[in-house]
Write a protein that binds this ligand. Structure first.
Ligand SMILES: Cc1ncc(COP(=O)(O)O)c(C=O)c1O
Length: 397
């Protein structure tokens, strides 16, 4: 068999029981979603008031261990507020991975700041702390305790660590770099609900962290996001800024700063509450599916399923097969053949550093991210696809 045929056969072996087309990631509604939504409609509170938002935030805190959670309209808005509260100012630079979804870099621009692109490493697909350290040693200096780029003269204020496809970044070395250069750590945990770094939930390491509940995420609220933090003051600021900075009052409308209409709706939160009741099950199913992919690809030469780093427990939000350098040229043929068969695979995101609006942004050497970009293929990863591989008692076959 050719390389392409081998890879397609491995995919077909795992997905043989699935209806076509097999989506890349679809939501799974098996709990109280309908009941909650009807309650919400019957109550008349579908928008910015209602009991579900608070309940959803409590469930997020309980599940992640975070002290505070503020539910918002989407993950991008969550990132925007995280950056504002981290003190990011117009004219600052913020370190973000080049290999990420566009929202990570967009949110930096919403603050009037400039994304500064960092390379990835191959164990986690996240920011390469050692390489970043070497880059900062050469190109940055501390001025009055603030890290500044020697090239642009701008302050480098913060670093956003993104947990790619749900796999936790190697956070200890990243936190060391942040400590050494006085950078505020923010986690883009949009993809990593249910993923743990050394036993602690992702999103617990940054000063602030962002989650997403878009339709393709581990749990969905239709569209939604949340800000996690352990800092009460930041949490109160997050709630204030995301609710138009309105001062609490029974009837008067007074706002004390320019705020944002970012609050999650009660309808979305109603859906989210039902989804959070099933999150453990979703992760069990997704890990079972990943294990089947791993086995299927173990016999394929020149392609490997990306598996969780040794220090992590991953939610396997989006499975990824990584082609060898020799097989990189096969990527588009594999994408074409699998999509022709109704298997919705896709390539990794185009690197941020290559998008037209970020072309002039600062960056370090991005050779690993560039290589990964050429070699990654994301595979269908809906929780439901894991069902055939789970026995009644919840064990992997
Ligand atoms: C890494 C990453 N960051 C941010 C976001 C933005 O989330 P949302 O689509 O909810 O705005 C997403 C997902 O969509 C994402 O994958």
């Amino acid at each position: 068999m050719s390389g392409t045929e081998e890879i397609v056969a491995a995919l077909e072996a795992v997905l043989c029981g699935a209806d076509r087309p097999v989506a890349l990631h679809e939501p799974y509604f098996a709990g109280r979603e309908r009941e909650n939504l009807l309650n919400c409609i019957d109550s008349g509170y579908v928008s910015s008031v209602g009991r579900y938002v608070g309940e959803f935030e409590e469930k997020l805190c309980r599940f992640t261990g975070a002290k505070y959670a503020a539910a918002v309209v989407n993950g991008t808005a969550a990132l925007h507020i995280c950056l504002i509260l981290a003190g990011v100012q117009p004219g600052d630079e913020v370190l973000v991975p080049a290999l990420t979804f566009v929202a990570t870099a967009n949110a930096v621009c919403y603050c009037g700041a400039v994304p500064h692109f960092a390379d990835s490493e191959t164990e986690s697909l996240g920011i390469d702390a050692d390489k970043l350290d070497a880059h900062l040693k050469e190109t940055a200096e501390l001025r009055g305790g603030i890290c500044c780029s020697k090239r642009s003269g701008r302050p480098i204020r913060a670093l956003v660590a993104m947990h790619t496809f749900g796999h936790p970044v190697n956070l200890d070395p990243v936190m060391k770099v942040c400590g050494d250069y006085g950078l505020t750590l923010i986690e883009d945990a949009a993809e990593s609900l249910g993923s743990y770094y050394r036993g602690v939930h992702t999103g617990r390491f940054g000063k602030l962290s962002a989650l997403s509940f878009n339709g393709n995420k581990i749990v969905t609220t239709g569209g939604g996001g949340a800000i996690l933090t352990d800092d009460e003051v930041l949490y109160r600021r997050a709630k204030h800024l995301t609710t138009t900075a309105k001062l609490a009052h029974p009837w008067a409308f007074v706002h004390d700063e320019v705020g944002y209409n970012y609050r999650m709706t009660n309808l979305s939160a109603a859906l989210g509450c039902a989804q959070m009741e099933q999150v453990e099950n979703f992760i069990t199913l997704k890990r079972a599916l990943a294990e089947e992919y791993r086995k299927a690809f173990s016999g394929v030469s020149g392609a490997q399923l990306f598996t969780e780093p040794s220090y992590a427990k991953s939610n396997y939000w989006l499975n990824a097969v990584i082609l060898s350098e020799e097989n990189a040229a096969l990527r588009d043929k594999i994408l074409e053949e699998t999509n022709r068969r109704g298997i919705r695979t896709r390539p990794a995101w185009t690197l941020m550093s290559r998008l037209p609006m970020f072309r002039d942004c600062p960056r370090m050497d991005l050779s690993t991210a560039e290589s990964l970009e050429r070699r990654i293929i994301n595979l269908p990863s809906s929780a439901r696809l894991g069902e055939p591989f789970i026995r009644q008692e919840g064990k992997i076959r």
